[in-house]
Design a protein around this ligand. Sequence first.
Ligand code: HEM
Length: 390
Amino acid sequence: MPNAPIGRHHEDDPGLLGDTYDSPVELQRRTLVGVALTSGALSACQPDGTGPVDAPSSSTAAAAAPPPGSRRQRGVADPLPRQRYLGLQVLDLADGADVRRLLRDLGERVLALGSPDALTVTVGLGPAVVRSVRGAGSIGATDLPAFGSDAFEDGAEGGDLVLQVCADRRATVRSAIAELLGGLGDDVSGRWALDGYRGEVDGVGARNVLGFYDGLAVPTTAADQDEAVWTDASDGLADATLCVVRRIRLDHRRFGLLPVAEQEATIGRTKRTGVPLSGGGTTTDVDLQAKSGSGVFDIPNDAHVRRAHPLFSGAGRLMLRRAYSYRSAPDDQGLAFICFQRELDMFVRTQNSMDGGDRLLDFATTTGSATFLVLPGYDATTPLGDALFA
Ligand code: HEM
């Protein structure tokens, strides 16, 4: 996709702040005890930053390297700063559908799509299907509990099968979805869907519809992701992850009427730079203990980053959030919240902690929700979903 001129807002962008589309993007590595900038994320992108490296650079490497995504599915941890569009399709399966055959066919179709415009397709199964295949004790077999902040609309709750399709161009997302849905046949029907976009990416990241940088504090080292995101054999299924999707409408107008200092106190980071109110740089970890001279916590008790912080919520480890925005109508905009974690409880504890007193929720309505088991990776010889039946 040709680069947009610096400072020009994309047609799908609500026109927030600081667009520098050509700027180098620095993703961040963070553990619970610290944050450090790294160029590691950039090494997974094309030299011009247009997307992930899909092919090895030499024939020797081609022989040695496994196909991308063969061990773990793509679209989860791939650092794709320019993968700006999301198309999420939540589907139901007919009673008696042959799940194994359906997944095999789907996997083949995904592989056949290739990776134009940094396209990734991530496939997950809902808890009811996992239960039917592997029993109630399996990872991925548990439904989300009800939360106090739930207010679902239009049947946007749950589902048997998810396709998370991401790419640099919206047209590529749409045509991939059309291609995949067209091949799924009568055993599959649509339940709900969500289209998302990311604001322009600058040297810090992308902003959400409230104008704040989103997706900063996430596990980015392989070690942190192994610990917090990916399952291993001890979970009964290796190289899978649990995805939670929440469609969260945000009252951006009412939020925008707050003085900026109040907006910042609500989030717990500064609006212009993304720096935590406890100080440091954009990449500094939030310090929950920091206090001003008058003995008041720098990060207020009801600030989002305190309530969602893994040490405060009891989640223990940082979930991997992949932040997209959505806009269905002028008065229906918000966060296409997607996160990945090894245990569903990490999400549940975080949401419960927010429900217990996060001021951000005064501006948020969760209108859609689902959880899925993102299946292990696959390739031409190891079909999608076969690991479930092992
Ligand atoms: C209501 C809509 C939401 C908005 C607008 C929002 C926005 C933000 C922003 C701006 C940050 C700070 C920058 C960053 O680290 O990415 C943040 C951090 C975070 N959010 Fe949210 N978020 C929302 C909902 C949620 C939900 C539903 C969860 C999970 C249940 C969540 C989990 C987190 C976590 C874990 C952090 C990192 C906290 C830390 O610094 O340790 N957020 N969010």
